[in-house]
Design a protein around this ligand. Structure first.
Ligand SMILES: N[C@@H](CCC(=O)N[C@@H](CS)C(=O)NCC(=O)O)C(=O)O
Length: 241
């Protein structure tokens, strides 16, 4: 159950991005929070925090979370801190650590998904790095996605269930469900080819997104759709049939 802290999440307002991983945990737990940069003057407040005009340590990049006098950045670190408070990190230290481990593996996958369309530099346009993106995408589709999702399929086999850790939903389950949705948006053909090999990952995603507090959020306008500015982008030329 959520505690009584009113959280402030800071993240770029126009994309689900990495902020969505934190949102999913907060929404699932019914925790009170403000999505600051989506409020009037919120971007100014976020930029001020990034300039160091706020709590310490100043964050390097969004997402970051403010809870009272605590400020914490890095998606996996935010979730490791929040997860136990929200009842989404399993039971006990070993399950907390395993949940964090899975989140870090998901973070690696997310970073690679971003680098598919920006393999040279985030500061360049996609159009300025298309040949490199095409080369990167082939390896991501053929090697990396099967390896990552195959790994999680094995974890679920070991678990004999639909949860990556323990017997209950953790934030790692929510994150994997969101990542599968993002990959399916970006590379629908590649994921369709893999679907038959990842039944447990798909079952996890279905269960996670049907959770009673999460399903209404996912159907609401508060959930930002995937788009061409985010981490998961759909360029048809990177996803041949
Ligand atoms: N490892 C960090 C990465 C944070 C990150 O790359 N944030 C992006 C938005 S999703 C950003 O604004 N980066 C700015 C930068 O790296 O200069 C995390 O997982 O939270």
């Amino acid at each position: 159950m959520a505690d009584e802290i009113h959280y402030e999440l800071y993240y770029w307002p126009g994309i689900p991005g990495r902020g969505e991983y934190v949102r999913l945990a907060l929404e699932d737990a019914g925790a009170p929070y403000t999505d600051v940069a989506r409020e009037p003057n919120g971007m100014k407040r976020m930029q001020a925090m990034l300039r160091g005009e706020g709590a310490r340590p100043r964050p390097f990049a969004p997402p970051f979370l403010v809870a009272g006098d605590v400020v914490i950045a890095q998606t996996a670190a935010i979730l490791a801190w929040l997860g136990p408070k929200l009842g989404l990190a399993g039971a006990g230290a070993a399950e907390h650590a395993a949940t964090h481990q899975h989140q870090l593996t998901i973070a690696d996958l997310v970073a690679e998904a971003h680098d598919v369309h920006h393999p040279i530099a985030s500061s360049l346009y996609y159009d300025d790095q298309k040949p490199e993106a095409a080369r990167n995408a082939k390896h991501f589709r053929d090697e990396r996605i099967p390896k990552f999702l195959g790994y999680f399929e094995h974890v679920l086999e070991d678990q004999a269930g639909v949860h990556l850790v323990g017997a209950k939903t953790t934030y790692a389950d929510l994150s994997l469900a969101h990542t599968l949705a993002g990959l399916r948006f970006a590379l629908p053909n590649a994921i369709a080819r893999l679907d038959a090999k990842i039944p447990r990952v798909r079952a996890l995603a279905q269960e996670a997104f049907a959770r009673p507090t999460l399903a209404p959020y996912l159907a609401s306008p508060r959930r930002l759709p995937f788009n061409q500015q985010g981490i998961f982008r759909h360029y048809p030329e990177l996803d041949p049939p």
